[in-house]
Design a protein around this ligand. Structure first.
Ligand SMILES: NC(=O)c1ccc[n+]([C@@H]2O[C@H](COP(=O)([O-])OP(=O)(O)OC[C@H]3O[C@@H](n4cnc5c(N)ncnc54)[C@H](O)[C@@H]3O)[C@@H](O)[C@H]2O)c1
Ligand SMILES: O=C(O)C[C@H](O)C(=O)O
Ligand SMILES: [Mn+2]
Length: 540
């Protein structure tokens, strides 16, 4: 009996079990005699953490703590958020996904669903993994498009686990009420298919009807088992992500992080940048480099903002340009995705349409004031391109947000150098302050992690029945006013050091929006109280 509780990360307190607890729980003799306080455990664990040399080793160590004791893990995390975010989450998480089999020690309370199993095992699997816990939040991935590193199938379970860790650290979501889920529909990653240690299905990725039946059954079963759940989709492939979101968004409380979360954080960053420059949103010319899931998700969110600000829809479309592998997207291109189509241009708008096959030519032709990179093409925002952009706009807004670090379109430091400190920058991963010409520039992190935890908290606390555009827009606008924009070198987004505070701000905006329009399951009289009551604290 004693060992059961020591092996249950939701109940285990390790050396912090009191003498009385040790007696009543059958733990006598199973622990060293000294009873530690939680803070003593945190200090000891942090010292051990510091002795690890690489970020990967640090993450592996922290995950051991996570595996054994959730309260200790989250107490430690809460005291070192800025230091831990890049280790627990992006970019180090990319390394653990690529090396999942090699690093595997235990399944971390995730649900592993396989397309090869009978569909009726899905419900059983969800029941087994939740083990009687009251699940309010699921992060599910099919891992076809993990960050910018591609198809990692079962290895991608780490992104579901990692996103959930940030939910708890940032917004206080109770870790016993969450469930990570990976849908293994096969993989097209040759490296995995040929790896004798690979733990997932060793066949090519299944698409079409069988795939959709697999996803549908998962969604319907999960909704039936956990009707109060908020369902977060992460890192699905370009061909499926938007379609799956559209299928469920009016029926259940669902959220796609890459489409909607990224849309919110980039819009918030642009609003922050315009606060600094004093310019108007509707004067901007927006260029998306990489028009996949995130690229088109962001464009659609920023476009909606133009409309909200009163611009005519057809007029607004003239402010948006998409560049993908083939160059500027034109409406005669049969390979356009449904999300790209509304923003494709006519060839006759240009004198040289056939030359607009690369980023540089497009920047020269359209003079963007905002350039967002979701292309997975490292270094593609070159000095020439940035200088050309900066020649036609006073404060270029530049967001190279492809992850992880090795895929970013540019480095913040270079962007500042090439624009004489004028660029207003958002990066995908955390970046240290940059000293340039006597000014210290803080760099905003345009990563959806700054917003999805608050969004989820707001939806869960308010018992929202859907997550609609108005709630999403409210979230983006709520991040304004936190940064002192008059300070030279101010960042376009609030710092990760305040993540827990502004997650509550975001939650409140989202919950208010749901409550005001009666989009909640229960009647909520006091939004602040509902949010406070939903939050979990890492204490024994
Ligand atoms: N910072 C954030 O919060 C955040 C959020 C979501 C995605 N991202 C990053 O954005 C990137 C894209 O993610 P996604 O989910 O949209 O993937 P995706 O596969 O859906 O989209 C990538 C797009 O880039 C295009 N592309 C590839 N090579 C190109 C080239 N040479 N020139 C122009 N376009 C090219 C692809 O054709 C595709 O349309 C990833 O690196 C991901 O990590 C960042
Ligand atoms: O996971 C991240 O760091 C952000 C984003 O969801 C991505 O896919 O890159
Ligand atoms: Mn993602």
């Amino acid at each position: 009996m004693g060992y059961n509780i020591l092996n249950d990360p939701f109940k285990n307190k390790g050396t912090a079990f009191t003498k009385e607890e040790r007696k009543s729980l059958g733990l006598e003799g199973l622990l060293p005699p000294y009873v530690q306080t939680l803070q003593e455990q945190v200090d000891q664990t942090y010292a051990q953490f510091q002795s690890k040399s690489s970020d990967l080793e640090k993450r592996v160590f922290l995950m051991q703590i996570f595996n054994e004791n959730r309260v200790l893990f989250y107490k430690l995390f809460s005291q070192h958020v800025v230091e831990f975010m890049p280790i627990v989450y992006d970019p180090t998480i990319a390394e653990t996904i690529e090396n999942y089999s090699e690093l595997f020690v235990q399944p971390q309370n995730a649900t592993f669903l396989s397309i090869d199993d009978d569909l009726d095992t899905i419900k059983t699997s969800l029941k087994n993994a939740s083990a009687g816990r009251d699940i309010r939040l699921i992060v599910v991935t099919d891992a076809e498009g993990i960050l910018g590193i591609g198809d990692w199938a079962t290895n991608g379970v780490d992104i579901a686990v990692g996103k959930l860790m940030v939910y708890t650290a940032a917004a206080g979501i109770d870790p016993s009420q969450v469930l990570p889920v990976v849908l293994d529909a096969g993989t097209n990653n040759k490296e995995l298919l040929n790896d004798p240690m690979y733990l997932g299905n060793r066949h090519e990725r299944v698409y079409g009807e069988k795939y959709h039946k697999f996803v549908d059954t998962f969604v319907e079963d999960a909704e039936e088992l956990f009707p109060e759940m908020y369902l977060h989709f992460e890192d699905f492939g370009r061909g499926n992500a938007a379609e799956i979101l559209d299928r469920y968004k009016d029926k259940y409380t669902v959220f796609n992080d890459d489409i909607q979360g990224t849309g919110i954080i980039v819009l918030a960053g642009i609003l922050g940048a315009l606060n600094i420059s004093g310019e108007k949103m509707t004067d901007q010319i927006y260029l998306s480099f990489g028009a996949g899931t995130a690229g088109t998700g962001i464009v659609s969110r920023v476009y909606d903002e133009f409309i909200q600000q009163g611009m005519d829809p057809e007029e607004a479309k003239k402010h948006f340009y998409l560049v993908d592998k083939q160059g500027l997207l034109f409406d005669d291109d049969e390979t356009l995705t449904p999300q790209q189509k509304p923003f494709a241009h006519k060839r006759d708008e240009f004198g040289n349409p056939d030359e607009l096959t690369n980023l540089e030519a497009v920047v020269k032709a359209i003079h963007p004031t905002i350039l967002v990179g979701t292309s997975t093409q490292p270094g593609s925002f070159t000095q020439d391109i940035i200088k050309e952009m900066a020649a036609h706009t006073e404060r270029p807004i530049i967001f190279p947000i492809s992850n992880p670090t090795k895929l970013a379109e540019a480095k913040a430091e270079d962007l500042l150098k090439w624009t004489d400190g004028k660029a207003l920058i958002g990066t995908g991963i955390p970046v240290k302050d940059v000293e340039y010409n006597g000014t210290t520039y803080q760099i905003g992190q345009a990563n959806n992690a700054l917003v999805y935890p608050g969004l989820g908290l707001g939806a869960i606390a308010s018992t929202a029945t859907v997550l609609d555009d108005e709630m999403i827009s409210a979230a983006a606008h709520s991040l304004g006013g936190i940064v002192d924009t008059d300070k030279p070198g101010a960042a376009v987004l609030p710092p990760v050091s305040k993540l827990d505070q502004f997650s509550t701000t975001v939650a409140k905006a989202v919950a208010d929006s749901a409550v005001k329009r009666d989009l909640t399951r229960e009647k909520i009289d006091d939004v602040d109280k509902a949010i406070e009551n939903t939050k979990w604290d890492p204490e024994y």
